[in-house]
Design a binder for this molecule. Structure first.
Ligand SMILES: [Mg+2]
Length: 376
């Protein structure tokens, strides 16, 4: 089996609720998605996606994703899509870095490989672990009472895990506002619930330590991605009593190994298009599991294609180390593909169809904006 053609599609994913706010005054109203379709010489098709979280999250943006795909896609024509490590080698030999762009091609190859084997993707990634996956809710930065109300709304839908966005600038209220946000969100805490306070790299160690000092009763939460650099993170780690989960700082296998060697964190957020696709995700999953790290299986953002990818990886991740899966569908206001994986009582299961188990809606995707190779 050989890759005959690669088609790129572009679609805007509007933010559900209108606007999403992160630390440092970052706001997002829409995400620019790049969808890839790979067609093989025998007519099989696989789909992949890369949707950077705007241009100010990690070092990736949608224009760059497509520019990188313009180099990467032609390099894969004629290769066997089931040879995942060789596909990865070919992409590395073509273009340094740009894991966001590699992701869409890597995922489409895995979709084909699993369809060719007649298996749902999770059964190619170590095997399905039965049972619903815990889905995390995401609470954007707002006033403490508004965030408390959003936690209550998610609780009524059955969610057990809540990701609270923090990182107020000093003029907005700084560490005191962030401490109040955490206190408010945990105020109605129920048994079995867990909380992440996610700063998306927006805190200085000083900010984080001041916030901690304002929470002397030690509420039970995990601090996610507090600082933008390793120096700041290690400085905070040495003086912070709250468990740390790192996200944006860990993209490559080398980053993860560095975090383990330096004991920088207790968990890691693995995001499909941040790590570079399924091939590096499962390498990093093995490394993280070997170190006893808890994992959040996520993506930066994305459509049903991204969501299905997350669900298959999470469904095959050892349950005692799986902190959560992210339902990217809850972040956007558009349906790009059919995905039969409803969220019930805060839990969801990967589909049982072969491959990713998605059916893209071509009336939403439109015509390809770029094509490489020739479809049979
Ligand atoms: Mg995060």
């Amino acid at each position: 089996m050989r890759i005959a053609a690669v088609d790129l599609f572009q679609v805007d994913l509007p933010v559900k609720g209108g606007v999403y706010r992160l630390s440092g005054g970052r706001e997002y109203t829409s995400y620019d998605a790049t969808i890839v379709r790979i067609t093989t010489d025998c007519g099989m098709q696989g789909w992949g996606e890369s949707t950077p979280f705007g241009a100010t999250y990690v070092a990736a943006h949608a224009g760059g994703t497509r520019a990188a795909l313009d180099l990467l896609a032609p390099a894969l024509i004629g290769m066997d899509p089931r040879h995942h490590d060789r596909i990865w080698d070919a992409m590395r030999a073509t273009l340094r870095g740009h894991r966001d762009a590699r992701t869409a091609l890597d995922v489409a190859c895995w979709d084909i490989a699993a369809q060719a084997a007649g298996l749902p993707l999770c059964d190619m990634l170590g095997g399905r672990i039965p049972g619903p996956l815990p889905v995390i809710s995401s609470i954007g930065g707002d006033t403490p009472e508004a965030m408390r109300a959003k936690v209550a709304a998610h609780r009524s839908e059955g969610f057990k895990g809540h990701s609270i966005k923090i990182g107020a600038q000093e003029v907005e209220g700084g560490p005191a506002l962030d401490a109040e946000r955490i206190r408010a969100c945990l105020a109605d805490r129920q048994p079995g619930e867990w909380y992440l306070a996610d700063a998306n790299n927006g805190l200085s160690p000083e900010h984080a330590l001041r916030m901690q000092a304002l929470l002397p009763d030690g509420p039970d939460f995990v601090l996610e991605a507090p600082c933008a650099t390793w120096r700041e993170t290690q400085s905070l780690r040495a003086r912070c009593s709250v468990p740390l989960l790192l996200d944006e700082l860990i993209q490559t296998e080398a980053d993860l190994i560095q975090a383990i060697v330096n004991d920088s964190c207790d968990g890691v957020g693995l995001k499909v298009s941040k790590q570079g696709g399924i091939t590096p995700m499962i390498r990093q999953r093995t490394i993280a599991a070997s170190a006893g790290m808890v994992m959040s299986i996520q993506d930066t953002v994305g459509s049903e294609i991204s969501c299905a990818t997350i669900l298959h990886i999470a469904q095959s991740t050892p349950r005692h180390l799986l902190r959560c899966a992210l339902d990217t569908r809850a972040m956007i206001d558009i349906t790009v593909a059919h995905l039969d994986a409803p969220v019930v009582n805060g839990g969801v299961e990967a589909p049982t169809l072969p491959g990713l188990g998605i059916t893209p809606d071509l009336s939403v995707l439109g015509s390809p904006i770029e094509s490489y190779g020739a479809r049979p």
